[in-house]
Design a protein around this ligand. Structure first.
Ligand code: NDP
Length: 496
């Protein structure tokens, strides 16, 4: 891995002293490292233990609150967030770097999730089934788990907590949220808005600090009944194994290497626009970002030219400024990783069709900017075709048939999102049937999700259940089966 030497670095507080563990996170704008948002105190494993204890007390009260009432707290939070949309979006852009329109979209997505799960307060329920016995009813109840831990990444600092915390709360759990160390302020605003909406203190607690310490303590805590994690495969695999070892419920949403397949009968302009949006939106820092373009060679050259034209037209800069189409990478490490992969692509012999450089002109020198980058003639087995880069780098591969496209696309270890641009219904359905991914888009980019439909991946992209929709709520509940003989005499005939 490249070093970050020579790049602007967000620091830790001088209070830390040499050799001592830093006590604050210096929360810095990735578009301009001289813009320090806050010094955020770091918490420790002891703070986690105290938070869990407090959450256990809060759980007793919250569990007894009727679900529709819990839902109303989320509904009110959605209204409050909507009135603060611009303020929240600006904070998100300053803290994470994505451009303002994308930040607004993210805040709206979180609001949609609050609204969806507010309604779930009226719908949480089980099912009834007939019994083999007379005068007996069978039904199930959905109950909360208790104290649950939620660990989130930096790339969706508002929407990620929203899509995990909202279902956990409406189900009646007490939640400890550990946001990424790079983006604690947006997560804190989420907590504040919920409390302003009426969430009792202690039902949701934020712990801010290094994953290796506070995250680890949460995953290991015996009173934490479930862990919902989103982040990298490397950390996710560890979290999964450690939590499962003590038989906690675990769900991990992880990385992706999402492909768009383009067939000769596709609308090429539509495909180029969708690929550019998927690859360079949010600076490519989305789990669902398009990082592979698998195109039929009949139209390969035309498509790649159209993508390159659009990529070159993107203005890169501070996401708060009008006209900027792509913001910075989130920090020096992410910048170093992306530059490293660009170098790997060159060494592997792929053709650099555009981009490939860090941008340092004028004010850009203060941030972590790179050009939107497209590699063509990429080999399917190469590292830039196989590994998640998590930045604005697209690898294009030419193929001769749908079957070959499916082989290439399924030949990665991930299985999160996918897309096909084509007209023929038969081709599209063969793709939908054959693709190994949790989500399939047709004639639209690989990115995005909606509150009312499950979100998540297979293979290395996800394990332990889907998020959003009813499925996202089910993870945070336990089922209880009830066998009720309402005469007290049915048991005499029971042979089961
Ligand atoms: P990381 O895996 O580095 O971190 C994710 C979270 O885990 C952070 O809060 C981190 O804390 C915490 N963490 C780190 N170490 C531990 C540990 N030992 N025990 C418990 N928690 C720990 O991911 P990134 O934040 O870098 O996010 C990028 C990744 O997230 C990409 O791979 C991306 O694909 C994936 N992602 C997946 C999504 C999906 O739905 N499939 C959605 C969004 C992103 P800290 O910040 O303090 O290190």
């Amino acid at each position: 891995m490249s070093t970050t030497r020579g790049l602007p670095q967000p620091g830790t507080s001088p209070q830390a002293g040499s050799g001592a563990r830093p006590r604050v996170i210096v929360d810095t704008n990735p578009a301009d490292v001289s813009d320090v948002l806050a010094d955020v105190p770091q918490q420790t494993a002891d703070d986690v233990a105290r938070a869990v204890e407090r959450a256990q007390d809060a759980f007793r009260v919250w569990r007894a609150t009727p679900p529709p009432e819990r839902g109303r707290v989320l509904a009110k939070a959605a209204v409050l967030a909507r009135t603060r949309l611009d303020e929240l979006a600006r904070l998100l852009t300053r803290e994470e770097g994505k451009i303002l329109s994308e930040a607004r979209g993210e805040v709206m997505k979180g609001i949609n999730l609050l609204e969806w799960y507010a309604g779930e307060g009226f719908r949480i329920g089980g099912k009834t089934r007939p019994s083999e016995m007379p005068t007996t009813v069978l039904f199930t109840l959905r109950e909360p788990l208790g104290v649950v831990a939620i660990i989130t990444p930096w790339n969706f600092p508002w929407a990620e907590p929203a899509w995990k915390v909202a279902p956990a709360l409406v189900a009646g759990n007490a939640v400890i949220l550990k946001p990424a160390s790079l983006t604690p302020l947006v997560a804190r605003r989420y907590l504040e808005i919920l409390e302003e909406a009426g969430l009792p203190k202690g039902v949701l607690t934020l712990v801010v600090g290094p994953g290796s310490e506070v995250g680890d303590a949460l995953v290991a805590h015996p009173a934490v009944r479930a862990v919902s994690f989103t982040g990298s495969c490397e950390i996710g695999g560890e979290v999964y194994a450690r939590a499962a070892r003590r038989l906690a419920k675990v769900s991990c949403e992880m990385g992706g290497k999402n492909a768009v397949v383009v067939m000769p009968d596709a609308d090429l302009e539509l495909a180029a626009a969708g690929i550019v949006q998927g690859a360079f939106g949010s600076t490519g820092q989305r789990c669902t970002a398009t990082s592979l373009c698998v195109v039929h060679r009949e139209v390969g050259r035309r498509l790649i030219d159209a993508i390159v034209d659009r990529a070159r037209a993107i203005r890169v800069g501070n996401g708060l400024e009008d006209g900027v189409g792509m913001g910075p990478l989130v920090d020096a490490n992410q910048l170093a990783t992306v530059l490293h992969y660009i170098e790997v692509g060159r060494v592997e012999g792929a053709r650099l069709a555009c981009g490939g450089r860090r941008l340092t002109d004028g004010a850009l020198a203060q941030g972590y900017f790179v050009e939107p980058t497209v590699f063509a003639d990429v080999q399917p087995g190469s590292r830039i075709a196989q590994e998640e880069i998590f930045g604005p780098v697209l690898s294009a591969i030419e193929v001769g048939s749908l079957d070959e496209a499916l082989r290439v696309t399924n030949g990665v270890r991930y299985g999160l999102s996918s897309s096909i641009y084509a007209s023929d219904a038969n081709t599209i359905m063969r793709f939908v049937d054959g693709i190994e991914a949790g989500m399939v888009h047709v004639n639209s980019p690989t990115v995005g999700g909606e509150a009312q439909i499950p979100f998540g991946g297979i293979k290395w992209s996800g394990v332990g259940g889907r998020e959003m929709a009813e499925e996202g709520l089910e993870f945070f509940t336990e089922l209880k089966s009830v066998f009720w003989d309402y005469t007290g005499r049915a048991r005499q005939t029971n042979v089961y």
